[in-house]
Design a protein around this ligand. Sequence first.
Ligand SMILES: [Zn+2]
Length: 461
Amino acid sequence: MLFERLQKPSHLILLTGLLAISLPAPLFANPDPAKSRKASEVLVAELAEDESVEDVEQSVPRTTAERENKALKPHPSRTGAGIDTPSAPARKVAPNIDLKEVAPAPEAQATAPAENTADTTGSELPDAGAGTESEPGPELRPGEAFTLLGNDVMPGTSTRLAWAPGIQIAGLSQPTPVLVVNGVNAGPTLCLTGAVHGDELNGIEIIRQTVYDLNPEKLSGRVVGIPIVNLPGFQQGSRYLPDRRDLNRHFPGSPEGSLADRIAYSLFENVIRRCDMLVDIHTGSLKRTNLPQLRADMNNPEVAEFTRGFDRMAVVHSTGSPGMLRTAAVAAGIRTVTMEAGESHRIQQHQISAGVNSLTSLMERQGMISRMFVWGDPEPVYYDSDWIRADHGGILFSEIELGARVSQGEILGYVSDPITNAQHPIRSSSDGRVIGMAVDQVVMAGFAAYHIGTEAEVPGE
Ligand SMILES: [Zn+2]
């Protein structure tokens, strides 16, 4: 059975072949038909991305009226260089550095967010117009200085800035690196955020590889990468902030709210509002893994158009929950998607490669870079999706692999009760593709185990 499924054509999504690992079928897969029937009532729910259990329970699709109200509004602070953060003092010119070189850790400090540790001593500062000598083509306009976190990043340069939320508690005032590549030519500002959940590691490496490989002399526009947004969480191997709050439910934040509100506010005001486009990179949570995929509100035409640039990466429609960085950024007029790649706590090279390729494709599509080899204009695949939950507690054994194509009613796996030896099958609610799933583990009744995507049309097409 496993073999049959693996032999089905699966040309629609990049990397399927790499993901189809052949594992032996679980030994427990020997159901008795009466029990199968009894357990066939699967619970289906639409989930927010990389949900926690609480979010699963609270995830409610938005109403139509709310959707209609979501056209992107331009934000005044995103346009034009030279607009600075509200409290910015005198600005510094950021040093032009090779991001691939080893850098000292940013100095621990507890300063206001607009200030940071860029050190200009001994650096080679280019003249303001230095980058424009390379005779831009007819459509290319010379880039301008880009002001971020109190620094002017000159066109044609790369630099490493630092953001700290400015909260005076040990460990929280530690600055996290902000990588900036300001292209020699003008263009849009693309921002990349990773490890908003501190235990999600693939995004850190996706951002590092993407940004480090950019040549500012060949870039139109700017790329801003924050590989580790939740530095305290990263240091503790935790999804959460030290107060156990989920940072990705507190955007755009507030200067007077909880710790999470304040950190979210600082990031949003100092960095995110300067972006035209944002890709927030996550992984599955609670021992779940995802095919590389985008989560996007396909009811928003500008967001839907934005998803076309990401090569063949799967796109799953998701309106998003209040407080998510994606939701808040879209509300602020920034074209934003979430990228999901793999599992938390792991570095997965094939997921990282898929992410880097996808972002490279996006930058090309946005006119920011030109790739030497162009391989057509592959369109993404769009999915509606449902999560299928276990309705019994026990040990989950999957019968299918991530990326498998499944039919309605097909058995995806079993929950085995180690006390009674009862086997409870979990069946697919629809024909589709397994775009996310739990790894084998102990589950409680109600645990979201399989994410089934069904191919869909983009709304309005
Ligand atoms: Zn996450």
